[in-house]
Design a protein around this ligand. Sequence first.
Ligand code: NAP
Length: 311
Amino acid sequence: MSKKLFDRIAIIGLGLIGTSIARAARANGVVREIAGTARSEKTRLRVRELAILDDVVETPAQAVEGAGLVIVCVPVGASGAIAQEIGPHLAPGTIVTDVGSVKNSVLRDMEPHIPDGCFLVPGHPIAGTEQSGPDAGFAELFTNRWCILTPGAKANADAVAKLTSFWQALGSEVDIMDAEHHDLVLAITSHIPHLIAYNIVGTVADLESDTRLEVIKYSASGFRDFTRIAASDPAMWRDVFLANKDAVLEMLGRFSEDLSGLQRAIRRGDGAALEEMFTRTREIRRNVIEAGQETAEPDFGRARATSPDPD
Ligand code: NAP
């Protein structure tokens, strides 16, 4: 049998991301044994039924026993409490990581609870869907997607290298960056787009019922794509905006200025300004496709295979 990267890993939080990691690690033969736990009995039972882990246990403390790698896959606001709970049970040399969509707050909240001799290397797979829970996970979620690692004071080069190999074995490409920079970049590429989607769908929810029915009936003309993003997990996204407050507010300021520019162009009938802006944005779409982050297939609501959608 080929040598495994880890003998045993523990996954804390068994939703979309946690079970996708378990499925991908198993499918790629990366580890010998996968243990894990979730907060509710219901989720633990479902994961046992799905048989995607070797050992589903009751508590985070039990899950980390004998694990060389611990991956925390819960909403970012809960990562500090999990670190506090597992800290005393970690064996020397254990690498602890997470998958949270915000990194500065995770470093701040988890680091104090990681004992000397263990290593903390926070991470963020830029891969996801608007689904949540253990049934939503799938092994190919991370294939050809980026995973960003943001090591802090409790990391070392060996731990970063080993975690990099782990994510590469799951099909990802890995980038290393500073947690603060990560949060600024993700504020504009992910967090603000989600906020806009939540806002536009919320605006419709508040419309008078006649208009609302028509918006839903004719939703293929743009609104539908926002509803997909706005169906994302409420608890996860609540925590993202609370944890990445500064970067989101900074980017939201720039966004509002640009929106005012468009408003002015429409009011003044400045077609040239609108066309110039829309031409630039079309070019960005082309760049995204060329970077392999999306396909150019037309998709007018027709069924097609599930395609991972970076969060
Ligand atoms: P999910 O499917 O909703 O699963 C979340 C898991 O965390 C569940 O097992 C849940 O337990 C547990 N949990 C929720 N609140 C908790 C709390 N207060 N304390 C302890 N456990 C708690 O979520 P997900 O999409 O996998 O997201 C997990 C993490 O990945 C988040 O930090 C998110 O920012 C990050 N992320 C998400 C995406 C995405 O597209 N979804 C992409 C990249 C990164 P129960 O099931 O028992 O309630």
